[in-house]
Design a protein around this ligand. Sequence first.
Ligand code: GDP
Length: 297
Amino acid sequence: MFDALSGKLGDVFDRLRRRGALSESDVIEAMRDIRLALLEADVALPVVRDFIAKVRLQAVGAEVLRAVSPGQQVVKIVNDALVDALGGEGAVPLNLNAASPIPFLMVGLQGSGKTTTSGKIALLLKEKQRKKVLLASLDTQRPAAQLQLAQLAERAGVASLPIVPGETPVQIARRAMETGRREVFDVVILDTAGRLAIDQALMDEVKAIRDVTAPAETLLVVDAMTGQDALATATAFNEAVSITGIVMTRLDGDARGGAALSMRAVTGAPIKLMGMGEKLDALEPFHPERIAGRILG
Ligand code: GDP
């Protein structure tokens, strides 16, 4: 993961570390390299600009330049800023502090891994938290979507909402919550339909579902391969339904993962989980410091 990013930044940092004394122009040059490395890792341009501006301000400070090993100090400043930008230290747990049945709303573009992640979260809550989970697909766009979620639920050993043909997503959401109350489920995971691109109909639908369910978590599922458009995706979903957390999928692949920085920057929502494979148990807490470490190589 983050291979390209690590390689690039690794070179910059090696150079910095080796320097005995640093001048302001050394730091500025290093910042230029870091900027390029972040852009190549698909971090969105405005996010890169903010990050560099913040770091440069600290790094060219007189204290740093006069320090015994200024290169090391600059490396530390960049590392700390990166951990901070990824959400600070430690993983943020899913919010289960709500009255049962606790609604979780899953949103994101088609193909982001939303349905798989719904199944993974259901399994996680069942295994680790002993929760009784109901999975419900609100995807009436793709005929196979509801069936796909029902099959995932079976594999995870959790319940899924029986399919009633002809219902609208909002009707399914209402029925899911009613079933959740009647059959005393702890958590109801609502998997919404994705689209290939953001459109108004998708956003209106997601808003309507949010309004009838009042979710404790609205999780944006994002493919780690998402590049510069991560910013637009996150902005659109956040404006429509206020994201409470992000799940990055496909971090098992060779994705550069710059989307993590962009998403976090634009929504302010924590990246809570990361998808590490296709299997249902391939879901891990997102640890900013671990990811920053990998980025820095
Ligand atoms: P949706 O359209 O957003 O619901 O996407 P799906 O859940 O159907 O996932 C699309 C594809 O991505 C499927 O083949 C999944 O197995 C795969 N997938 C989902 N999450 C991950 C992940 O974390 N790692 C890998 N390697 N594949 C994933």
